[in-house]
Design a protein around this ligand. Sequence first.
Ligand code: MN
Length: 488
Amino acid sequence: MSTKSIWFITGSQHLYGDTVLKQVTANSQVIVSGLNDTANLPVPLTFKSIATTPEEIQRLCLEATFDESCIGVVFWMHTFSPSKMWIKGLQALQKPWMHLHTQFNAELPWQSIDMDFMNLNQSAHGCREFGFIGTRLGINRFITVGHWQDPSVHEDLQHWVRAAMGWNESQNLKVARFGDNMRQVAVTEGNKVSAQIQFGYEVHAYGLGKLVEYCNAVSEQDILRQVDLYGSEYTLAFSLKDEEKLLRLKNEARLEIGMERFLTDKQCMAFTNTFEDLTGLSGLPGLATQRLMAKGYGYGGEGDWKTSAMVRILKAMSQGLPGGTSFMEDYTYHLGKQGQVLGAHMLEVCPSITNDKPILDIQRHTIGVKEDIARLIFTAQAGPARNLTTIDLGDRFRFILNEVDTVTPPDSLPNLPVAHALWTPMPDLKTSAHAWILAGGAHHSAYTSSVPTEVIEIYAEMADVELCIIDKDTTIRDFKNDLKRSSF
Ligand code: MN
């Protein structure tokens, strides 16, 4: 992201003369440097230009579209800027954009205000003219309202910039797919052509034979270095003098290094596999997959490329934020006084969602493949988090998001050999599970304790995909009506 920027373009017109336009430029520069200094934006703003004619607007929008460093555009109308001038440009613009509805001054100078002041500072009607054309063209865009020094405007900007980071990732992402969808599972299926049209990312199938070649080519020296690294990063639950265990751990190191080299060569930042097809590999990657996720790779189990892509996109959005993002599965319920979900997977949960030092253990894997596999075991950090799932409804995609409160389990779960998270879903398990099931949500999701719901909402609008949110205010009656309306 260090090479990326968000362009800032200020709309105006030539009606008021050059002095006003000079002032519009100067004020825009003050706003941009002010926002860069104080708004804590993950990607900086670049003041590009004022835009005063249809030709200028079209040229700027085409430049933004072609410039790889530009991941989004902020528009602001300092004065009036007749919006027929914006039609060609906005139609050509292929980057996400937002409308900053602000004004240079926060307060009106009651004593000195005159018509010159009124003409210079007319966002109040210039931005409404601009709003009309966005709606008339049917373009999804984000809008924030308030003075540019207002912290709530800064927060909105942060959210939008993070969504733009995710959109940029979505447009450039390649997902590697080893093996097909598992057995007869339905929800992990989907139309990959539709996904590429809607989200931009590509899903490529690779034969396991190619991956096996990469794994077999890993040197003994690299494997030993990797085993040392494991010893320093995790609490080992066994002795490296145990030859059988050491062999298993070395197999896992081979898988991690081989997979990472393969993914690097293929420029894939996400992958999926299935325990049903491991031909030529030493086993189902456990620790290896967990560590690749921690390095930023997206992952989805059992051929779930939709979740794998989403995990990667959320990781791209979350750069610099506390917390983490992982592949997750609703596994089992605690139907006690307060209903809770114990989330986990057979092996593949990302250690970015814990603050604890994970335990590295080698235990028997009993589902599908029966063998000893190295894995990290930990409990997810308590605090607010979100589960986000993507489903393919045949004619369109749908996101379903549930806000959850992750808690520390009441006991130590000494016999559970996998990483896990225990959460209380919002508004309660009864409503949450009911709504999730009504909406068709998968058992797989991308779990994030770092990306706020607001960012995901904006991303969904950029992708033009419906997002069903289940939060503290959800009632089944309203949720049903929302689903009904969304199918029109
Ligand atoms: Mn699964």
